[in-house]
Design a protein around this ligand. Sequence first.
Ligand code: ADP
Ligand code: AMP
Length: 219
Amino acid sequence: MIFHLLSRLSAKVPSVVYRAALIMKPQVVFVLGGPGAGKGTQCARIVENYSYTHLSAGDLLRAERSREGSEFGQLIDSYIKDGKIVPVEITINLLRKAMEETMEMDEKKFRFLIDGFPRNEDNLQGWTTVMEGKANVKFVLFFDCTSEVCIDRCLERGKSSGRTDDNRASLEKRIQTYLQSTRPIISLYEKQGKVRTVDASCGVDEVFDNVKAILDKEG
Ligand code: ADP
Ligand code: AMP
């Protein structure tokens, strides 16, 4: 009898483990910093070295803008050119969908770098409404550098990126948006002890050394 019970239990163990992984809550690191601070560059390095999936709010919005039949294409286009923050209803749904699709394809992929979010109060409220309790925000990885460095890097990137917002006129607006809307969100997380700041003004390798130190410590 006992043998029978034990063998039934052991048969169930793998499926219990599998289901525990399936219901694993997404573990999220928000990645913030000025335009061109190097968020995308460092996220790519992190993905190569750690088990994170990189989701960039900007990339998701650009993909939605180009998607045939998208009802938001034109709206996103004008917001991006103006360096304004797209309404959160659009962005949060793109993020939620991308997270769900990633986890559905591979249940082990539950660690996310969410790059360029939350960028303002509206983003934060949208996150709280849609994702509170459904994902754990571990910390905010903040790439800190001056506006001058940001502008120089974006102008350099603009020579080949084909982006409609890597030009001086858009950049001035993007920097204003960053200073007025995103910095206060970073300060809010700072008060909660959730910000890990990296000096983003040095070279890519040096920045990544600092990122590694943070990720290795955070586990
Ligand atoms: P973000 O995602 O923050 O907008 P990117 O990662 O796209 O920024 O970087 C903006 C530009 O600056 C890119 O052309 C990139 O190659 C360059 N870049 C990124 N990090 C550094 C760095 N530490 N030093 C110099 N150039 C950098
Ligand atoms: P990025 O690729 O991060 O430089 O973002 C480019 C542009 O996409 C921004 O200037 C905004 O217009 C838009 N964008 C990116 N992230 C967000 C976000 N979290 N909420 C709304 N709009 C965003």
